[in-house]
Design a protein around this ligand. Structure first.
Ligand code: DQA
Length: 147
């Protein structure tokens, strides 16, 4: 059984109360449940985490890279949140480990402020999804189950 790492960046612990007009009313616990159900449907194991710290995200990509090296990783589904637009360190971790990456955003970042239009991760991601709300997490898992 392969494993999907669903990694969430800063402020996503505030889902449900954070700018609900943009991010909706589901909590991160709701998102985790949705991911668990999608993984169960697709015969995948799930590692689901959230951090407000860039280095911790880098460490988790390295951990996923070790799973990848054993041939046991389906993909990393990452909502790097604000680090998407700032983090060369996370980009280098993805490049350095070679993990297959699906970059995910709850909101349509292209329809928002211009500083959200650039992603350090997109060029190294195998796929990018945004604007589907938290349902995007379930759809992302359905997609990487085919990788
Ligand atoms: C986000 C979009 C980012 O621009 C923002 O910084 C986030 C969340 C999203 O899921 O829509 O924190 O990644």
């Amino acid at each position: 059984m392969k494993t999907v790492y669903v990694l969430n960046g800063p402020n996503l612990n505030l889902l449900g109360m954070r700018e609900p007009a943009i991010y909706g009313s589901s909590t991160l616990a709701d998102v985790q449940k949705l991911c668990e159900e999608a993984c169960a449907r697709n015969g995948l194991a799930l590692v689901f985490r959230q951090t407000n710290h860039e280095g911790e995200m880098v460490d988790w990509v390295h951990e996923a890279g070790r799973v990848h090296a054993k041939g046991e990783l389906a993909a990393v589904v990452m909502n790097a949140a604000a680090y998407t637009h700032t983090s060369v360190a996370i980009l280098d971790a993805v490049k350095g480990t070679g993990v297959p990456l699906l970059e995910l955003h709850v909101s349509n970042v292209q329809a928002r402020e211009s500083f959200r239009h650039h992603s350090y991760l997109s060029a190294t991601a195998r796929a990018v999804m945004c604007g589907l709300g938290v349902a995007g997490y379930g759809l992302a898992i359905e997609a990487v189950a085919q990788w």
